[in-house]
Ligand binder design. Structure first.
Ligand code: PLP
Length: 400
């Protein structure tokens, strides 16, 4: 055990023995467990009736015509880029303040991710910087609804029409959100969701491609199954062994077991998001009083899905670095996190795409100040109070 670990333990012990509060947490109830047991007793385990049912119900939930489920949000992003024909020589504009998968899916297709900066107030992709980064090679704009707040889709749509580009929504944070009365899932040519346990609802691992275009949905169905035109169940139904492969694909299938869980979770999604929003309201009320921290601006025309609750440290008001506050809060048993290291600062992109500091100054500045508080539907009222008190105590100790 290193000295740093020991200090950590010591700090943990000092914190009056209360249980640590996790940063993110899924919910699985008895109904979910029974749904999975039923699938386990079924005939398919992998692609069976649960997959199509889950897709139909998910599409309905987000007001979209088509939904195709895959093994992860990352697989869904890869399928999205492939469906749009992204290939070597192409450029795809992605925000830099996101999870690496948003950019990696572009690289999977041999194309180049071009990093756009974020608006300093909302931390959402900045349409003005997107426009500056459009070239003859640009094919797609990817928006990512950071923390759960939908991006400015009208501005991005206007750019996509003016320059003849596809618009994709990485909606892994914003399931349940909306923009100008339109639900997330209807705001782009393709919207991508993750069903990882840290997200609003889960299938263990899983992802979803949502689109108004039937041809894209059909492509993604083939893409998740090696590029072949019929899955095993369709062949059985048609009494044939034959299938054809015209395009390259992968095994990105999701199982019936997972989709049984997804169907059961979907019923509770609206309630869970409401609970997240109530927690965010308490945090907002507490921190709007504080000079030491500030939450990103949320526009009135958006319904925020509250996947994350990020705060920024006001370094003009406190003599405290983000790393210090992170350590101090963790030492008090608060499961804080940081979202995200700007992707253009990741060694892979620096080494292979010559990115680096000063490419996206707003995101770089935000990263120095950002930390995310625990937020999930089962966080108790007392735990929310503990988080608030801990942030206030730590920042008060270090006021300028
Ligand atoms: C979670 C997440 C992903 C990846 O989803 P997985 O299901 O973990 O593959 C992609 N983009 C963003 C913004 C995410 O938060």
């Amino acid at each position: 055990m290193t000295l740093a670990n020991l200090n950590f333990l010591q700090a943990d012990l000092d914190w009056g023995g209360e249980d640590p509060i996790r940063g993110a947490r899924h919910v699985v109830d008895q109904e979910d467990i029974e749904a999975v047991i039923t699938a386990l007793r079924g005939d398919w385990l992998t692609t069976g009736p649960m997959v199509g049912e889950f897709e139909r119900e998910f599409a309905q939930q987000v007001d979209a015509p088509f939904a195709v489920a895959l093994s992860s949000g990352t697989a869904a992003l890869h399928a999205t880029m492939s469906a749009l024909g992204v290939k070597a020589g192409d450029e795809v504009i992605v925000p830099t303040l996101t999870f690496v998968a948003t950019a990696n899916c572009v690289v999977y297709c041999g194309a180049t991710p071009v990093f756009a900066d974020v608006d300093p107030q909302t931390l959402l992709i900045d349409p003005f910087d997107v426009e500056r980064k459009i070239t003859d090679r640009t094919r797609v704009i990817v928006a990512m609804d950071y923390a759960g707040q939908p991006c400015d889709y009208d501005a991005l749509r206007e750019l996509s029409l003016r320059y003849g580009l596809h618009l994709v929504s990485d909606a892994c944070h914003s399931l349940g959100g909306s923009y100008r009365q339109r639900k997330v899932g209807t705001l782009a040519d393709i919207s991508v969701f993750s069903l990882h346990p840290a997200k609003a609802m889960t299938t263990g691992e899983g992802g979803m491609v949502v689109t108004p275009h039937e041809s894209i949905a059909m492509f993604v169905q083939r893409f998740r199954n090696h590029g072949i035109d019929r899955d095993a169940r369709q062949r059985e139904k048609a009494n044939t062994w034959q299938y054809e492969m015209h395009e390259m694909g992968y095994n990105y299938r999701i199982s019936d077991i997972q989709c049984a869980l997804g169907r059961s979770q979907l019923k509770k999604l609206a309630k869970w998001i409401k609970q997240r929003q109530l927690i965010a309201e308490r945090y907002d009320a507490a921190f709007s009083q504080s000079d030491s921290v500030s939450a990103p601006l949320v526009h009135d025309d958006r319904h925020h899905a509250r996947h994350l609750y990020p705060l920024r440290l006001r370094q003009d008001r406190v003599v405290l670095t983000r790393d210090q506050i992170f350590r101090e809060l963790r030492a008090r048993g608060i499961g804080v996190n940081v979202h995200f290291v700007p992707v253009h600062l990741q060694p892979y992109y620096r080494n292979n795409y010559s990115t680096g500091p000063r490419l996206c100054p707003n995101a770089e500045q935000a990263y120095e100040e950002l930390f995310s508080l625990p937020i999930y539907s089962t966080l108790t009222s007392q735990e929310v109070s503990r988080v608030i008190s801990a942030v206030i105590e730590v920042t008060r100790k270090h006021e300028r």
